[in-house]
Design a protein around this ligand. Structure first.
Ligand code: FES
Length: 94
């Protein structure tokens, strides 16, 4: 599956087992993050399209936020191609 960053147009591969945050890093893109376990909400971002599922039972997003399409990519995996809105994403220099 393919993940796309809406503002930058960058894409990376997303499989159904790797958290989007990690999949992005493997694709050379760093998304904002801190705890990486779904509690701090540093990585909170908008899922513009596509579907995800969570790797943990209680990700730190409220029902309202879920309805707005907000997700925590550190604990979410793609179920379809996804488009994320993460203005603060950076390319990792190698
Ligand atoms: S990095 Fe802390 S919730 Fe995602």
């Amino acid at each position: 599956m393919r993940a796309t960053l809406a503002s930058q147009g960058w894409t990376f591969d997303a499989d159904g087992a790797t958290a989007l945050l990690k999949a992005a890093e493997q694709g050379g893109i760093r998304l904002p993050s801190s705890c990486r376990n779904g509690t701090c909400r540093t990585c909170l971002c908008k899922l513009e399209s596509g579907a995800i599922r969570y790797l943990i039972e209680w990700p730190g997003v409220s029902r309202e936020e879920k309805q707005e399409g907000l997700i925590l990519p550190c604990v979410a995996v793609a179920e379809t191609d996804v488009v994320l809105n993460v203005p603060a994403a950076r390319q990792i220099s190698r």
